[in-house]
Design a protein around this ligand. Sequence first.
Ligand code: AMP
Length: 491
Amino acid sequence: MDFINVIENYYTTNKVAHIYKNSNLTYSELKTKSDSLAVNLIDLFCKDKTPIIVFGHKDHLMLISFLACAKSGHPYIPVDISTPLTRLKDILIISGAKLIINTSDDLADIPANIVLNKSDLEKILLQYENKIPNISYRLKGEDIYYIIYTSGSTGKPKGVQITKKCIQSFIDWSITLINEKDKIFMNQAPFSFDLSVMDTYLSLVSGSILYSIDKDMIVNLPELFVNFKSSGITTWVSTPSFAEMSLQSEQFNEKLLPKLNQMLFCGETLSKECVKRLFERFPTIKIINFYGPTEATVAVTAVEIKKEMLLSKETLPVGYVKKDCEISIEENTNEILILGDSVSIGYFDDPILTEKIFFNSEISGVKKRGYRTGDKGYLVNGLLYYEGRIDNQIKLHGYRVEIEDIENNIRKLPFIKNAVVVPIIERGKIKYLAAAIILNDTFEGNIILVVKHFLRDLLPSYMIPRKVKVIEVLPMNANGKIDRKKILEEF
Ligand code: AMP
């Protein structure tokens, strides 16, 4: 059944759909407000189906706007407030979006005629109260449902287009793997990160409460734990990094979260050490490891991690593939290829990159889309194991980062001839980034501060190298490539 209909069926019950900072949004409000906003968007745009940027953090208006876009025939582009203005402007230009729905309290420097601010939204919700959008506008099948912009190696973000069919397929599969009745799902990931699709839509289609944690709570463990204590969270959804951060405190245990019964992980390697500690703190917990890239709609494989898996010599598996997809391993490179209904139709307005990374193939005689993940792995009796990357993409605290994205942005500084960024790894995990730079000319002043300050306007803060060092020449390896290992020795 169409997942939007499923969500709307909870409309009459007056159940709570979303909690953010002690404020509740009910399913009834979610439906009526997204209806009103959708009718306004239809009035504004008529048959123009351009994507709409939904900017902000965890406000109820984010969810209302996502559904309003879907009901008025527009893909939404979620952009988190942590995104610098220059990057937002890049996304605005390359996506061709004609509107930004701004659910945050500030967004200066963008022409006012293309922004709907909170005050505008309040007026619209009143003016269009009780209006219902014509169902014919609603996104369906191969229509693009959302576009998520991820780090791109050229220095500009790339837009992954996910169709309604892709997300429907993800929901239909993942909902069968979890306990889903009357739960409270934790939402930790920003809505601009596709992991949030897992908690948001699984929560909404199961008539549960989505409990949002925000960025200020994450940097303040005592405050976060006060929130946890009163949250009643039953289902944890995060990257392993966020669980590891919480595990640093002894208080993170079943006394703090007595109702927690399942933890869903995705986005980076789930280590045995992390799982072992989670079982110690939450002895009856069910842990599921999901695997997948944004380009294949959140996740395409999953497996429950059982205690006995900790005894095996192998790393933890990342799962069995969902029914409407296939995983294969490329022979010489061991690259993981994904084929099937979850795969995106490609990058927005980038046919060259799309052609390079996506392909067409067949499953049982039916033509399906395929995606080269850039991940290495192997299969044992249908169970997938992940073995790292074949390129310079990394995961830093759960965020996907193309190293070249940072390098290309550093090179925009006129006095910089070249820049190489390397991840600094401690105990098997990337802790931070370091940049080695070569200058064009002598530079008066504090180069490190200048580089960091310059990047702050271009990149999200997690992509800014913590260390910057000037070097004289770039070391090369025998193949004539930059010797990144040698550069690591500089730090
Ligand atoms: P993203 O598009 O941000 O979801 O990042 C996708 C990438 O995260 C994948 O291509 C993998 O490199 C990595 N990844 C996702 N899930 C897992 C997992 N369970 N274990 C290890 N790496 C993962």
